[in-house]
Design a protein around this ligand. Sequence first.
Ligand code: 5MM
Length: 347
Amino acid sequence: MNLDELNKIANKMVAPGKGILAADESTGTIQKRFDKIGVENNEDNRRDYREMLFRTDTAMKNHIGGVILFDETIRQKAKDGTPLVKLIEAAGSVPGIKVDKGAKPLAGAADGDTITEGLDGLRERFVEYHKLGARFAKWRGVYEIGAGSNGMPTPSHNAIHANAHALARYAALAQENGIVPIVEPELLMDGAHTIEACEGVTEWILKEVFQELYFANVKLEGMILKPNMIVPGKKCPKQNSVEEVAERTIKILKRCVPGAVPGIAFLSGGQSDEEATAHLSAMNAIGNLPWALTFSYGRALQAAPQAAWSGKAENVAAGQAAFAHRAAMNSLASLGKWTQAAEKKAA
Ligand code: 5MM
């Protein structure tokens, strides 16, 4: 492992004004997205859609430091035969790969507790992904606040510990193979829990993750953290202000994330496009942060281009315009400079 090289890649991914495009939907997840816009979920449509995004020059060159791909996509070629990975590299962005195999029910735990699988054979898969062009990877642990079953609320200590351990084993294997690990512990915002509950559980999760990263000898300078923001559950009657979300998120991150980590790139987790942008901007406006603070959004970057494209070749320009707009707004947010006025002016 060359730590300088890993650190260089990580810094490129979260360079000022840049963030990450999470385009790593598995076939099942992209099905849900395509269902909403009436597009058949086949290999050609998945290729055409992602080619449209990766050929959006203004967004890719100016605002997207890295793109997370799914196994199928990292092997796919554009219509003209150019590998999709080459389109990303040509834009000056870093190609990455999702390597986890999804969250499965955790044996012996309450309903709702999961463990993310995919460690078996991962060393060999990293060797292949590196040859295919991946320079960073992503693994997502998933946690849900809930009543659980048999009187056992979730997430349990077992789920928090098991996922932190798996994230650390994955991250160590990635670094061994010259690949920057994105470490993604996601506390879901489904449910009716309060912002206080999200804050308490997220702090516990992050403390456990960084403890396990330490035990696994993961070098913090060569990784990126992809956490949830501190937000109330979607069904919570009290929805807190943008400022409160920003202040609570920064407070917890400062408690848990060492300054040696080059960047924190948030997931959007089901927030609306504008909410995700406003929250990120408010956090960066607080300033004086030890890490770059940016986006690694899936839905909050892609919902608009998906709707504009709707699977029609004649809508490619509209899809690209919608993607360029969201990327530009989130770029401003990563600098703490997004405003409602900018949102409306550019729309
Ligand atoms: C883009 O969606 C990613 C892949 O999900 P599946 O493995 O379930 O298909 C997902 O991991 C994503 O990278 C993160 O959750 C962030 O995406 P959002 O939409 O929450 O910003």
